[in-house]
Structures are given as C-alpha cells and as structure tokens.
Design a protein around this ligand. Sequence first.
Ligand code: COA
Length: 317
Amino acid sequence: MVSARDTELRELTADERASYFRAMQGLWGGGLAEEAFVAFQCRLASSPEAAGRYRMFGLFRRGEGDLLSGVKAYDLAGAFEGAPLRILGIGAVFTAPGLRGRGYAAGMLAAALARFGDEGADAALLFSDIGAEYYRRLGFHGLESAECFAEAHQLPRSNGYRTAVAGDEERMCRLFERARGREHLSLSRDGWTLRFQLRRLRELSRARNLGEPEWGVMVEGASGEAAAMVRLSREAVDVLDAAWTSDGARERLLGGLRDLLARAGRPRLRLWPASQLRGRYAESPRSGAIAMIAPLRAAVALPAADEPAEFSLLDHI
Ligand SMILES: CC(C)(COP(=O)(O)OP(=O)(O)OC[C@H]1O[C@@H](n2cnc3c(N)ncnc32)[C@H](O)[C@@H]1OP(=O)(O)O)[C@@H](O)C(=O)NCCC(=O)NCCS
C-alpha cells in the first residue's frame, strides 16, 4: 500500500497531461481515435477558458516521474443556504490498469482534498460513475441524483425561436443565473461554466472534423426570453441548462428543442431536474454521475446525504 510520506501530489506538465489523456482514451474517448482524443483534451486544457480553473494533478512517488494516478481539478463557485462556497470539482480520476488496487487513487484524492482545503476550498464535489461506496470511504456523501427524459411528443410545436450563435453566451448566462434555484446547493452561473463547456463542445467538434457545433436555442421578444444550452449525445439531445422568463417563451423554447430532436435524429431530450427544469418531466434515479460532496473544513454547511441539489447537466464535469 502507498504511504503519504513516499508520494507527492503535483500539477501535471504538458507531456504528463498528454500521457494521462492517452491512457484514458479507451474508456472515455467517445469514439475518437487516440491521437484525436489526446489533441482535443490537450487543446482544451491549454485553452484560455481553462486558465486557472481547470487543471490536472497526479500522484507521483517522491522524486520520480512515473504517474501513479491522475485527476482533473476544477475551481468552482457555489452557494448553499445563502452562503457562498468555493468548491473543488473533481473529475476523471484515473489509474492505469496495471497500477490499480494499490491505493494510488485514494492517496491522490486524500492529498488533493488536503491541499485544496488548505488553499481555501470549502467542499469537494464529484460525479461518480463507480457507485458511491468508494468515495464514501474518502469522506464524500451522495446527494439526490436524478435524470429526466422528454420524447418529442411531450414537447409543444412552435416557432419563434432561433439557434444560438457566438455572442449569445452572456444573455444565455443571465437567464440561467436568474432562474438558478437558491433553495438547494448550486453552482454559480458566473459565465465561466458556460464558456468552458462551449469551448469543450467546439474542441470536440473540431476533433471530429465537424464545423461549429449546434449548442443552443434562443427565444427573444417583448413577451419573454428563453434559452437552452444543448449538446448532442449518442442517444439524446442533452439539455445542459435552460431558463425562461414567461410561459410563452418557454413553449417556444421547447418547440425549438422539439425541432432540434428531429433535425439531429435523436428520439428524446435528456436533462437533470434543476432550476426551472425541475418538476416538468418524470424523474428517475441516475445510474451514473452520482453527485457526491465532501466538506473540506469543519464548520461548513452542506446538504445532508441524499438531499436534493440544484445541478444541471451543465455542471457535470
Ligand atoms: C477507480 C480507479 C480510479 C481506482 O484507482 P486505484 O488506484 O486502483 O484506486 P484504489 O487502489 O485507491 O482503490 C481501489 C478500489 O477502487 C474501487 N473501484 C475501482 N473500480 C471500481 C468500480 N468500477 N466500481 C466500484 N468500485 C471500484 C474498489 O473498491 C477497489 O478496491 P479493490 O481493488 O479491492 O476492488 C481505477 O479503477 C480507474 O482508473 N478506473 C477507470 C476510471 C474510472 O472509472 N474512474 C472513476 C470515475 S468516477
């Protein structure tokens, strides 16, 4: 088993990042060939949007260069019960197959929690694809994690919307921020998450040799505004977030999403129930991406186990 004395956590160099991405391609490559996946991840990691807020760390044996386990760390802002929170977002925890089962990931996560806690983070957040037990042992607890699907026939027919274009980011963000639920734990809509996710979609589209991705629907006019940020996944149109200022604007937005389903050849919308999307469609528990949180200081107020949180798919890191 690994001892904290023999290992150190440090930020990955550009070369180390490339090998970390290369190692995970088989699992998270999303159909991209190895080189295209590595190039996509490296471009995203060195994009202006990533600067200071999206970093990669690894566990190393002290003084040695072989990566034992790697992780993505996001600097996020959130709030719970009116108190602002600095949140360490954790993603893509990965140990190469030949190194598994020796406590490297656990050692790395413990070191990351200690380091970011010392640097002022109040809590750590992750979305687990390996159940809750492993992360529970590291001090995390699960929050309510549900998803919803909406088939085309559940959506109204309408027009009066348009596709989102470059320059819509700020307006979209203002709508999301205005609609953000304050009752539960939520991440802030300060613009960064949206801009980062958009960069991600654009880099992914470039890696697939496609043009500008279709990333949103907008509704404008005197009778109300609405916006949705979307991405195409294999079997659905994912609604990353959506918001509206009137019922009429909402119906036009949903009509736009219905048309997008037809255009993209996807049978349904997939979304996480949060903000104004909560309560509109039947919810079922998510099998993957279980939201889990850990306090990084003693007195921090966080939702208790299984309580609801206000995460939309946009927050899925
Ligand atoms: C999960 C992972 C990072 C663990 O790395 P590691 O360095 O072996 O971690 P540790 O030695 O600290 O812990 C090993 C334990 O992880 C847990 N674990 C690993 N994979 C798991 C899975 N798919 N489901 C549930 N638990 C799992 C087990 O409890 C395992 O203990 P075991 O070896 O006695 O079965 C590694 O298996 C991996 O890279 N998997 C593929 C990527 C992945 O799924 N990452 C997690 C995303 S949320």
